[in-house]
Design a protein around this ligand. Structure first.
Ligand code: URA
Length: 243
């Protein structure tokens, strides 16, 4: 890769906007090969230089990985004529090649990975992998007394579909009934249908974990941020778990 301005390189490395990284550089937070560089226009060889922000070496990543806190009301698709999509939450210049890993219903919120790494996405969503997915649901109605046991044994849905063993835990029963559901598969409307099979109705659903990766509580609804190296490694680890 040809030499590049330091501020441009840091922007490519997902360290912030051009304005933000300019401030980091002028503020002395950026080093190149161990020495502070205060000039955003300094020319850097991206293949050879070790560029660090606050002491953390930033590496160029060919692929992009984001955690999105999906809001209700947007659909998990790349493009749609009528509805706002999860990719519409990204600036137009960043969308190219990106897609969501798996699917959340329009009214479901929470953790969605958006990437251009097709192999990782396939591995995480492949039915044989049984990657755990954790949801928090607000529920109306009364759940059957043996609901958790039936989840654990492999619940049978109203249409006869048999589910893999899953966990159902009570989080709160006042002022609203809230449960945590952990699945190892991803059938259509699965949490809603499982809760319906034990007598409840999901009125709010949020995914909070995918494999080892938890939704960042600091990420506002509708916001996204790049995954850091440790988080990408967590997802990759999941990929290597035996199905
Ligand atoms: N289960 C559902 O019912 N909906 C989702 O969006 C995800 C899991």
């Amino acid at each position: 890769m040809p030499a590049m301005r330091l501020d441009k390189l840091l922007t490519h490395l997902n360290c912030g906007s051009r304005k933000e990284v300019g401030a980091y550089i002028r503020g002395g937070r950026v080093t190149v090969d161990g020495a502070a560089v205060h000039d955003p226009a300094a020319k850097i060889d991206p293949d050879a230089a070790a560029v660090a922000l606050d002491g953390q070496v930033q590496r160029y990543r060919a692929q992009r990985y984001y955690m999105l806190n999906k809001p209700a009301g947007v659909i998990t698709a790349s493009r749609d004529e009528r509805h706002e999509t999860v990719l519409d939450l990204f600036p137009a210049g960043e969308r190219r090649g990106l897609f969501a890993v798996g699917r959340l219903d329009k009214d479901t919120e929470g953790l969605l990975i958006v990437t251009d790494d097709g192999a990782l996405s396939h591995a995480l969503m492949s039915p044989g992998r049984h990657v755990p997915k954790e949801y928090e649901a607000e529920v109306e109605g009364l759940l059957a007394a043996d609901a958790a046991e039936r989840f654990q044994k492999g619940l049978v849905l109203k249409d006869g579909t048999v589910c893999l063993p899953a966990q159902l835990e009570l989080l709160a029963d006042s002022p609203a009934l809230c449960v945590r559901v952990t699945l190892r598969e991803g059938k259509y409307h699965q949490v809603k249908r499982m809760i319906a099979a034990v007598g409840g109705r999901v009125v709010r659903l949020r995914r909070v974990r995918l494999g080892g990766l938890a939704l960042d509580p600091a990420l506002a609804s509708g916001a996204y941020r790049p995954l850091d190296d440790a988080e990408i490694a967590l997802l990759r680890e999941q990929r290597q778990q035996p199905g």
